[in-house]
Design a protein around this ligand. Structure first.
Ligand code: SIN
Length: 311
């Protein structure tokens, strides 16, 4: 018999996991976000024994994730977490911006129950679709004793919501933990074998995220690179950008052509954060800089949250 708090809520947002191609042998020429979350659940017979409810929140290719959907998602997740009978949440999502949604949800909700994002690299119509196993594994993690915080489950790997990054365009195990960390756990035949603590932190609250997209600050990411020019930054400054994250070369260096506009932005009170565009490591020697250990995309969210809190 199941106890009262076994309910898992599965929230669908689209992605390749809900994608469909014209042919079962086509793993790349598909359209993301075609199948309902109900049909994703129905495709996994092993889930029939679980106490589940499914909710379709969005139907997006996650490259098109937008702030209004983020604000709605954070509120819906919190509403479900507040229900005593709910044990955990699973969110089906596209892989392309999954790390951004995971980072945002962990910082905003820092949930005491598990919020598990899952995805797939192959569409649901593929000969060997990876979505059904990933969904089953995600439910196993959401039910796991003591689990909390935002994590992602893909290809049998459980990754910390603040650290994971998509590092491959095609492989089924397309995600890796951050450079100085490891997997949080693995899922083997439905059993969760854990190596590290679940994500913890202070919740900023879902209400931090404005529901109206126009109330979000405008924060951009700019890469420093050979041949960089001042004019993109100058144009953003003129257009009213409210924060900039630099994806710097190496250990946080910036092309000299960008020095002038960076200084002008800072003098005008527009924060400019440094991150590194290197796949591994952090900016060494800058522990006080908030972007030093983050990917440019995570830093963009962190700066956005900081600007929202300043209001
Ligand atoms: C998406 O991110 O929605 C499409 C790509 C994927 O899920 O792998």
């Amino acid at each position: 018999m199941q106890s009262r708090i076994e309910r898992i809520v599965i929230i669908g947002t689209g992605g390749t996991i809900a994608g469909a191609a014209a042919s079962a042998t086509d793993n790349v020429g598909y359209k993301a976000g075609q199948l309902s979350v109900d049909s994703l659940v129905a495709a996994v017979p092993a889930l029939r024994a679980e106490s589940l409810e499914a909710e379709q929140l969005a139907q997006l290719d996650s490259k098109d994730m937008d702030v209004s959907t983020w604000a709605r998602l954070a509120r819906r997740v919190q509403a479900h977490l507040d229900r005593p009978e709910v044990r955990g949440i699973v969110i089906t999502h596209g892989t392309d911006t999954l790390e951004e949604t995971a980072y945002l949800l962990q910082r905003v909700l820092s949930p005491q129950k598990p919020v598990v994002l899952t995805a797939a690299m192959r569409p649901a119509t593929a000969l060997q679709a990876d979505g059904p196993q990933n969904l089953l594994d995600a439910v196993a993690v959401a039910k796991s004793e003591g689990a909390c915080g935002v994590v992602a489950v893909v290809a049998g790997q459980v990754l910390h919501g603040l650290e994971l990054r998509k590092t491959h365009t095609y492989r089924l195990d397309a995600f890796e933990p951050g450079p100085d960390s490891g997997l949080l756990a693995v899922v083997e035949e439905g059993a969760v074998r854990r190596f590290r603590d679940w994500p913890q932190g202070v919740a900023l609250g879902a209400s931090t995220l404005p529901q109206d997209a126009s109330d979000w600050p405008w924060v951009e990411v700019l890469a420093s690179h050979a041949g960089a020019q001042a004019r993109a930054l100058e144009a953003w400054h003129q257009a009213g950008v409210q924060g900039v994250v630099l994806a710097c070369t190496g250990n946080g260096t910036v092309h000299q052509a960008l020095n002038g506009p960076v200084q002008a932005l800072r003098q005008a009170g527009v924060p400019v954060w440094r991150t590194t565009r290197c796949a591994q490591g952090r900016i060494v020697g800058a522990p006080e800089e908030k972007g030093a250990a983050l990917t440019p995309w995570a830093a963009r969210i962190e700066l956005t949250l900081e600007l929202l809190q300043r209001r």
